[in-house]
Design a protein around this ligand. Structure first.
Ligand code: NAD
Ligand code: UDP
Length: 315
């Protein structure tokens, strides 16, 4: 019952560590802090079942002792983050994933890959089901992330088929919640930061593009069930409530009495026009579906962001 989590100091990695510890696992968290922060793990200090090491998993991945599960979450995930760190993103999706898979093979451990709805690119099919192969521009700016994740999936299936490694792949759709970085550039942190600081709320394009936002506790529950399942092919985990970005911005603004105005800016290249998970497979295999509605999720996340904003303002 010892798990290694790469990307442990990130938004999702830190919540995953909490869940594994709550389920009785010992956890070794690894992170090079390129986009994460040890602050996300502060509450685990002094927990004898948790250890943290600052390490770049793209360089090498040596772990002493027995390991039962390797969960690979290391990778910049926000578009501005992966556009700022394109080579590191491709490295962690390629060399980092091989290192994590080799660690699992050496230890006789199971392996879990955090993949993404970005594998579907700018989809021509909606909602996206797991058998859709996607519409990715292989040389566009987003390809540093999309193709790295597609390669990670191919590597994982290669290790499963060639070595018989027990592997699992989750395709995560837009997830939000406490411990997202207020300045990570994704839609929700941007909108909240703008509302808190009184700067205009930026809508890219006409705001008619859609996303489907899943609260972090729902995602973690779905992923934990997948970890324990027998499924090796990718499974979508996300919330199927599709909403335009314009509506989403209005929902966020409604939480602020003096919310600033909207401002329209150019749509980034290859920004997907629609994104919505088909979760039929997760419902059937994992008996899972999301429970937290957008209003409750926003309330909990905005409370976290207000606190984080007050702390930075006080510094
Ligand atoms: P995040 O940026 O908060 O966390 C990623 C963590 O990985 C950070 O702590 C970062 O420092 C670490 N990391 C990056 N490269 C590393 C390296 N070479 N060695 C060690 N650590 C490294 O992002 P997140 O939202 O928590 O995403 C976590 C994972 O989930 C990523 O793999 C991402 O692709 C995937 N994902 C997330 C979402 C989402 O909506 N949050 C959606 C789809 C997929
Ligand atoms: N977006 C926006 N304003 C912002 C940040 C993002 O309109 O300040 C849009 C972005 O163009 C995309 C959607 O919101 O269409 C979701 O963006 P995010 O970066 O959160 O994640 P993505 O789903 O693109 O990976």
């Amino acid at each position: 019952m010892r798990a290694v989590v790469t990307g442990a100091a990130g938004f999702l990695g830190s919540h995953l560590c909490d869940r594994l510890l709550a389920e009785g696992w010992e956890v070794l968290g690894l992170d090079n802090l390129i986009t994460g922060a040890t602050e996300n793990l502060r509450h685990l200090e002094g927990n004898p079942k948790f250890k943290f090491q600052q390490a770049d998993v793209s360089a090498a991945l040596r772990v002493e002792g027995s390991v039962g599960y390797v969960l690979h979450f290391a990778s910049p995930a926000s578009p501005p983050d992966y556009l700022k760190h394109p080579i590191e993103t491709m490295r962690v999706g390629s060399a980092g994933t091989i290192n994590a898979l080799e660690l699992a093979r050496e230890k006789g451990a199971k392996f879990f890959l955090s993949s993404t709805s970005e594998c579907y690119g700018d989809p021509e099919v909606s909602p996206q089901h797991e058998n859709y192969w996607g519409n990715v521009n292989p040389v566009g700016p987003r390809s540093v992330y999309d193709e790295a994740k597609r390669f990670s999936e191919a590597l994982t299936m290669g290790f499963h088929r060639h070595y018989g490694l027990d592997t699992h792949i989750v395709r995560i759709f837009n997830t939000y919640g406490p411990r997202m970085r207020l300045n990570d550039g994704r839609a929700l942190p941007n909108f909240v930061y703008q509302a808190l600081s009184g700067s205009p709320v930026t809508i890219y394009g006409d705001g008619k593009q859609t996303r489907s936002f899943c609260y972090v506790s729902d995602l973690i529950e779905g992923m934990y069930r997948l970890m324990l399942s027998e499924e090796h092919l990718p499974v979508n985990v996300g919330n199927p409530n599709e909403i335009t970005i314009l509506e989403f911005a209005e929902r966020v603004r409604s939480h602020f009495p003096n919310a600033p105005a909207l401002v329209f800016e150019p749509l980034p290249q290859d920004d997907p026009k629609r994104r919505c998970p088909d979760i039929t497979k997760a419902k059937r295999l994992l008996k899972w579906e999301p429970k937290v509605n957008l209003e409750d999720g926003l309330r909990m996340t905005i409370a976290y962001f207000k606190d984080a904003y007050a702390k930075t303002a006080a510094k």
